[in-house]
Design a binder for this molecule. Structure first.
Ligand SMILES: Cc1cc2nc3c(=O)[nH]c(=O)nc-3n(C[C@H](O)[C@H](O)[C@H](O)COP(=O)(O)O)c2cc1C
Length: 609
C-alpha cells in the first residue's frame, strides 16, 4: 500500500505583482559544520534558518522517494491488548450536534464519558475518514490532515475509573486502522484517581506524540516543522471533537516534557528497541461540562481552579506500573539520518515546569455571526467530509461576510480569561503569537490585494514596525468593528502567492490564501526554546478551524507547508527575525481529481455494521 505522496516541488514561475518587484535574496544558511550554539534558543533559530526553502535551494532532503522504506503510517504495540471501539453510524448515539452549535457555549448537550462517546471522540479527532484508490495504490485519509499524508502523530488516552466507562484505568494508545485502544499500561485505580483529582469530575487525559521519521523520510530536515504543524492540527481536531460531545479541553502546558514522556511511556527504551522512537509532544485534560440551572458544574475544579500541570510524584508511581507491548518497526531501513531534527527536538525540549492554574468559568460564544450560507450540516458531516483541495478552479469567489466570519473564528479573544475564550482557543493557554498576511484574490466586496489580520491588537505597533513603513494600514472596508483586519496594498497577488508557495497554484487559484506570521525571536528569547514547536502548534490549530469552516461555507481548504520563507518576508519588507512565516493556507472552490476512487473508512473491519 502506498501513502498518498504529493511532491510539492514544482518548476519555477515568475513574479507578477502590480506594485512590487521582488529580488532573489541570497540564501542565508547556517553552515552545517559550525559548532552548535550553547543556547537552546540559538539552536532552534539555527534549525529554523537552515530549514528555510529558498528560490534557488530547498531545505535538505533526500531528493527522491525511497519507496522501499516508506514508513508504515500505523503504529501498533505487539503484546498490548486491543479494545475495539464501536464503529458508530452517523445517526447512532451520540448523534453529533449542528456544526454551528459547537461554537455556541451551552448549545451542545454534555455527554457522559463512556466507550461510545470515546469512540465518537476518536472518530472525529484521529480516525480514518476514507480510503483513496488510484490503480493498484490505496491510502487512508484521516480526520486530522497531515503534511504529505504521512501522519507522524500518535494519540494516547489516560483514563481513571469512570462510572459507565467499561475500560480499565490506564494508558491506551489509539490504533486508527483498527479504531481501537491498545492497553499500554494498567494503572491502579487509586493512583489514577489521585492524578486526576485536581480536575473536574469525569476528567481524563489525551496525549500526542510524533514519529519524526515518518515526515523525515520524505521531507528531510524540514520535517520537524511539519510534525509540529500536524500536532497543532490534531490539537484542533481533538478540541473540536470534544466540543461535539459538550466536553472542555485544555493543554497542560505547565508540564515539563520529561513528565509527558514518562506518562506516555515514550521514554521506555526497551519498548522502542531498534524501532522509530516517539517524541512526546503534549498532554491535555478533558472533562464533560454539565450545565445545571445556568451554572457550568463541570468546570468546577477542586478549588475552582484547573491546574496546567500534574503531580510528578503520582506520575512517577504510575510509570512504575505494569506496561504492555513493544512498538512495531515502521521502515526496514532509514537511509539518511537527519541529525538536525534530533538536535532541534533536544534544544526545544521543555525542561521547565510551571505551576499555573486557570480559574474556571464557562466559555462564551464566538462573536462570529453566520451568514446563511451553510446547509445546516452537522458537525459530524463537516468533519467527515473535510479534505484538502488538490486544486482550485480559479473562479469561485466567496462573500465578504463569509471571509469575515472565517477571520472572526480565528480570533482568540485573548483579552478574556482563558476558559472564557471561544472554542477552540480555550484549549490554548497562551497569548496568541500568530498573525495573518492575507492574499485576497476573489472575495466579493473586497478589493484584491494584501491584507493583514492582527490576532492580538496590542501587538499591532510591533508588527507595523517590523514591516515596510510605507504600507497603509487602512481598516478593511465594511469589516466588523472588532476585527483587526487591515488593507495593506491593492493589486493582483495571484502569481505572487503562487510563487512564494513553492509555485503551487493552489495558493493563487483560490479565493484567498495567507501566510501565518509568528512573533518569532522575541517570543523565543522571552519564553524559551520550547516555544518553537508551540508556534507551529498554534498555526496548525488555526488551520484546523479554517479547514472545517471552509467546508461549512461550501468551499475547501489546503494547508501549505512548502513555501519560500524569506521571499514571503520580502513581500512586506520584513527584515530580521521579529516575525517569521511558519505555515501557509489557502481556501477556494475545489476541483476534484476524478481519477481517484473514494472508499469508506472501515469496510476492512466489518464489525458492528
Ligand atoms: C502541515 C501541512 C502541510 C501541507 N502542505 C501541503 C502543501 O504544501 N501542498 C499541498 O498540496 N498540500 C499540503 N497539505 C495537505 C496534505 O497533503 C493533506 O492534508 C494530506 O494529503 C491528507 O489529505 P486530507 O487533508 O484530504 O485528509 C498539507 C497539510 C498539512 C497538515
Amino acid at each position: 500500500m502506498e501513502v498518498n505522496a504529493r511532491v510539492y516541488f514544482p518548476s519555477c514561475g515568475s513574479v507578477d505583482w502590480l506594485d512590487f518587484t521582488m529580488s532573489m535574496e541570497k540564501p542565508v544558511s547556517a553552515a552545517p559544520a559550525e559548532p552548535l550554539p550553547a543556547d537552546p534558543v540559538d539552536r532552534v533559530i539555527r534549525y529554523h534558518i537552515q530549514t528555510k526553502h529558498h528560490f534557488n535551494r530547498y531545505a535538505r532532503a533526500l531528493g527522491y522517494l525511497d519507496w522501499a522504506n516508506q514508513p508504515n503510517p500505523f503504529r501498533r504495540f505487539a503484546g498490548a491488548s486491543l479494545v475495539s471501539l464501536p464503529l458508530l453510524r452517523p445517526e447512532e448515539e451520540p448523534v453529533s450536534p449542528a456544526y454551528d452549535a459547537i461554537y455556541q457555549p451551552g448549545a451542545v448537550a454534555c455527554q457522559p464519558v463512556n466507550v461510545r462517546t470515546l469512540s465518537r471522540f476518536f472518530e472525529f479527532a484521529l480516525a480514518l475518514s476514507a480510503w483513496k484508490k488510484a490503480g493498484e495504490s490505496e491510502w487512508a485519509l484521516r480526520s486530522n490532515p497531515s503534511s504529505g499524508n504521512l501522519h507522524p502523530t500518535e494519540g494516547y488516552l489516560v483514563v481513571p475509573q469512570i462510572e459507565g466507562l467499561d475500560l480499565k484505568p490506564g494508558l491506551y494508545h489509539y490504533a486508527p486502522k483498527e479504531h481501537g485502544l491498545e492497553l499500554r499500561a494498567e494503572f491502579p485505580a487509586g493512583q489514577t484517581a489521585n492524578l486526576l483529582s485536581p480536575f473536574p469530575p469525569g476528567a481524563f487525559l489525551f496525549g500526542l506524540t510524533s514519529v519524526h521519521w515518518r515526515e523525515a523520510w520524505k521531507y528531510g530536515e524540514r520535517a520537524f516543522r511539519y510534525c509540529n504543524h500536524d500536532v497543532g492540527h490534531a490539537i484542533g481536531t481533538a478540541r473540536i471533537a470534544a466540543a461535539t460531545l459538550g466536553w472542555k479541553m485544555v493543554l497542560l502546558d505547565g508540564l515539563s516534557q520529561d513528565i509527558t514522556a514518562m506518562l506516555l511511556g515514550t521514554d521506555r527504551a526497551d519498548d522502542f528497541q531498534g524501532v522509530e522512537p516517539e517524541h512526546p509532544d503534549c498532554l491535555a485534560v478533558m472533562w464533560p461540562v454539565e450545565e445545571v440551572r445556568g451554572e457550568a458544574l463541570g468546570v468546577r475544579g477542586r478549588q475552582g481552579m484547573i491546574p496546567l500541570f500534574l503531580d510528578l510524584i503520582v506520575v512517577k508511581e504510575l510509570a512504575e506500573c505494569t506496561w504492555h507491548g513493544k512498538a512495531n518497526c515502521l521502515s526496514r531501513d532509514h537511509g539518511v539520518h537527519w541529525d538536525i531534527i534530533d538536535e532541534v527536538a533536544h534544544a526545544s525540549w521543555k525542561v521547565s515546569s510551571e505551576q499555573h492554574l486557570l480559574s474556571c468559568s464557562p466559555s462564551v460564544a464566538n462573536d462570529a455571526s453566520r451568514e446563511t450560507n451553510d446547509a445546516g450540516l452537522s458537525a459530524g458531516q463537516i468533519i467527515r467530509q473535510r479534505r484538502s483541495a488538490v486544486s482550485f478552479d480559479g473562479k469561485t469567489s466567496i462573500s465578504a461576510a463569509t471571509f469575515f466570519r472565517m477571520m472572526q473564528l480565528v480570533m482568540p479573544r485573548s483579552d478574556r480569561p482563558q476558559l472564557e475564550r471561544p472554542m477552540p482557543w480555550d484549549v490554548w493557554p497562551h497569548e496568541p503569537a500568530i498573525h495573518l498576511l492575507i492574499f485576497v484574490h476573489r472575495v466579493d466586496g473586497l478589493k484584491p490585494g494584501l491584507y493583514f489580520l492582527a490576532r492580538d491588537q496590542q501587538k499591532l505597533s510591533f508588527i507595523q514596525q517590523s514591516m515596510n513603513p510605507e504600507l497603509t494600514w487602512t481598516p478593511a472596508p465594511d469589516c466588523p468593528e472588532d476585527l483587526p483586519l487591515y488593507w495593506l496594498l491593492e493589486g493582483n497577488a495571484k502569481k505572487l502567492a503562487t510563487q512564494v508557495s513553492c509555485h503551487q497554484e493552489i495558493a493563487g487559484d483560490s479565493a484567498f490564501s495567507f501566510g501565518m506570521l509568528a512573533e518569532f525571536e522575541g517570543r523565543l528569547r522571552e519564553g524559551g526554546a520550547w516555544w518553537y514547536p508551540r508556534l507551529f502548534w498554534e498555526s496548525g490549530l488555526l488551520g484546523q478551524v479554517l479547514y472545517l469552516e471552509a467546508e461549512a461555507a461550501g468551499v475547501r481548504a489546503t494547508g501549505i507547508g512548502c513555501f519560500f520563507d524569506d521571499p514571503v518576508h520580502e513581500v512586506v519588507a520584513m527584515k530580521g527575525l521579529n516575525l517569521q512565516s511558519l505555515y501557509h493556507f489557502t481556501i477556494g472552490g475545489p476541483v476534484e481529481d476524478g481519477r481517484l476512487m473514494t472508499l469508506p473508512p472501515y469496510e476492512h473491519l466489518k464489525r458492528d455494521l
